[in-house]
Write a protein that binds this ligand. Structure first.
Ligand code: PLP
Length: 410
């Protein structure tokens, strides 16, 4: 029997990789592609960074898998210490899984166990992954959850402060979204039943739209007032991607209760984590979280090497600088393109949105915007530039370069 890859895999490009280095993917078709997808925001240190490759190779010769509830291994202790250097004061405890979705699941469980409350409040248009709990929190597109309901209960959706979508100022959008949240808590959901507010500092698959700082502060204030947790999904925005180590550091003084991280933490090796104060973590019991492969030794060693590269090569500042350069270049060179309604970026998370942003999902306007974005993304492949689309209706072309991208490549 000849086996084929499942039709569940729908590739955004026809590229088959032969090998890759830094910002470049060398295809089996003999072409060199400038990779502004980085495996969806994962290979931040560039493909096959020599330090990461060396660390993983060395670790493979020591121990590959050591199941962390049985015996501990050195790379996980080192990764925890390194990560600790970047965590906000008070967040001193880290627990590991393999993927972003699993870490989101872990954060949901932690919030419920720690507070004894059932409900997780999250914003419309967010993306948190594809496992059932993570998909239940996800509304960045119907394909992530349609067709396999019932989803997890206890999820409460509230509007995102989406200025562009409504043609409002950011301040008006924040006032509206906070008022909606207060109304929700006054009418539909008992505040004493809310375990956490869970949100991305920058919407990822939802369209590369930064969450306004005043909204995040509003969530912090409300969480404190009602005794709920503020959980930040930094899976895509964390580890330098936005030009700050954490995406939420664009909001002055904000300290979350739980940080979820993955993607850029280990340059492509599968490892994720939740970080929270020890007293909070202690409210969930050992054995309630994690899995066989959680905190893998080779992935952890790659993580230690990755954080070393982030520090030594000054990648957080470079993400800010190259992001500003790319944003400026896009805005100048595309200023006259009438089909583009917005060009935005936070560090090296950049989005170019097409069509009418106020067009409702499913409308002719929204479909046309998605068609345009896909056509541009495909045309970029022909020009040997890899990008992706995103947004609830697929109307955004997103650029996610490696943090080591050079100004010439930009
Ligand atoms: N959370 C955010 C913000 C993400 O961007 C993603 C993936 O894109 C996830 C969670 C899920 O991560 P994973 O695909 O590793 O399960």
């Amino acid at each position: 029997m000849t086996a084929h890859l499942s039709p569940l895999l729908k590739q955004a490009t026809p590229v088959v990789v032969d090998h890759a280095l830094g910002s470049w993917i060398h295809g089996t078709d003999g072409r060199d592609y400038l990779d502004f997808t980085t495996g969806i925001g994962v290979t931040s240190t560039g493909h096959c960074h020599p330090d990461v490759v060396a660390a993983a190779q060395e670790q493979c010769g020591k121990i590959i898998h050591a199941q962390y509830t049985t015996v501990m291994h050195q790379p996980l202790l080192e990764l925890t210490a390194k990560l600790g250097e970047h965590l906000p004061a008070g967040i001193d405890s880290v627990f590991y899984a393999n993927s972003g979705s699993e870490a989101v699941e872990a954060a949901v469980r932690l919030a419920r166990m720690a507070t004894g409350r059932p409900n997780i409040v999250t914003v419309q248009g967010g993306f948190h992954g594809r496992t059932v709990a993570a998909a239940s929190l996800t509304t960045a597109g119907t394909r992530f959850s349609a067709g396999f309901s019932p989803l997890m209960g206890g999820v409460v959706m509230t509007p995102f402060p989406h200025a562009l979508r409504h043609g409002w100022t950011t301040d008006d959008a924040v006032d509206f979204a906070l008022a909606e949240l207060d109304y929700l808590m006054a009418t539909r959901v008992d505040a004493r039943e809310i375990a956490s507010f869970l949100i991305e500092p920058v919407l990822g698959d939802g369209g590369y739209m930064a969450t306004p700082p005043r909204y995040l502060q509003g969530l912090r204030e409300r969480a404190d007032r009602i005794g709920a947790l503020l959980v930040l999904d930094e899976v895509q925005a964390g580890i330098g991607r936005t030009g700050r180590f954490w995406g939420h550091q664009h909001t002055d003084g904000l300290v979350p209760d739980v940080i979820i991280t993955a993607k850029g933490i280990a340059s492509g090796f599968p490892i994720s984590a939740i970080a929270a104060p020890t007293e909070l973590m202690a409210k969930a019991w050992p054995g309630s979280q994690g899995g066989t492969y959680g905190g893998n030794a080779v992935a952890a060693a790659a993580g230690v090497a990755t954080l070393g590269v982030v520090e030594r090569e000054n990648l957080v500042q470079r993400a800010a600088d190259r992001g500003a350069q790319l944003l400026d270049g896009l805005r100048r060179s595309l200023a006259d393109v009438s089909e583009i309604c917005d060009i935005r970026g936070t560090g090296l998370m950049l989005g170019v949105e097409f069509g009418d942003p106020t067009a409702p999902a499913g409308s002719a306007g929204a479909l046309e915007a998605a068609r345009l974005a896909t056509a541009v993304q495909q045309a970029c492949v022909d020009e040997e530039l890899l990008t992706l689309t995103c947004g609830p209706t697929g109307s955004v072309v997103r650029l996610i370069p490696a943090l080591v991208v050079t100004s010439e490549e930009v």
